[in-house]
Ligand binder design. Structure first.
Ligand SMILES: [Zn+2]
Length: 216
């Protein structure tokens, strides 16, 4: 009853274009579903990256860019579930092996204080629920890094080098297939640096999953 009342006051809207959803649509409207989902591309690898492969669900452009911005900076924590649901579909379709644990790209303490949450952690927790896989806190960020958007690829690598450390016991990741979540994969420098720390500490395989990636 309460839920119904809530729905009248705040009718469920598409996460991306914010159109009020019609009966039978869940979280994403049908036009958006057709436009923003990545076509069936294979998991990607990157030269010199420490992760084994990377998969993404959506093109990082237009309404996806705006939705991820709201999710990260405007307190739309409730976007974690619909985004993770899409990511779980991508994982089910594209991953050859099921991961043993799910973890996330950590943020620094200042960001946590400012925003109150880490979007990548929320994605990992929701994804773990959909994939019925344990979610584990494995990494922490030990210093602040410069924003990545105006840096060149080699500057990006240098920017994050040594910025993360293990926050769990090595036994918890030894030989495990780790699924690492984040919102966007651009050059993959951050994900690669996280993967390096995980592998240095014994992880067997690291797959990266992000909500979105830019069209090349
Ligand atoms: Zn839409």
């Amino acid at each position: 009853m309460l839920e119904r009342f809530w729905d009248i006051l705040f009718p469920p809207k598409c996460v991306f274009c914010r159109r009020v959803l019609t009966e039978g649509e869940a979280e994403i409207c049908t036009p958006c579903r057709g436009r923003i989902l990545l076509p069936d591309i294979k998991p990607r690898t990157a030269k010199g990256a420490f992760y084994d492969e990377a998969i993404s669900s959506l093109w990082y452009e237009d309404e996806v860019r705006e939705a991820l911005h709201r999710f990260k900076f405007s307190g739309r924590q409730n976007y974690a579930r619909p985004l993770a649901r899409i990511m779980a579909h991508t994982a089910a379709e594209k991953l050859a092996q099921k991961p043993d644990i799910i973890t996330w790209v950590p943020t620094n303490r200042l960001n946590m204080r400012r925003r109150g949450y880490n979007h990548a952690e929320l994605l990992a927790q929701e994804l773990a629920g959909f994939m019925k896989t344990p979610c584990l806190d494995t990494l922490k960020k030990n210093r602040r890094t410069a924003p990545m958007f105006d840096l060149k690829p080699d500057q990006r690598r240098a920017n994050v080098l040594g910025a993360f450390e293990l926050s769990c016991r090595t036994e918890e990741i030894a030989g495990k297939h780790v699924l690492l979540t984040d919102d966007i994969l651009t050059t993959g420098s951050t994900a690669s640096e996280c993967a390096r720390i995980l592998k240095m500490n014994g992880a067997g395989r690291v797959t990266v999953i992000t909500a979105a990636t830019p069209r090349k």
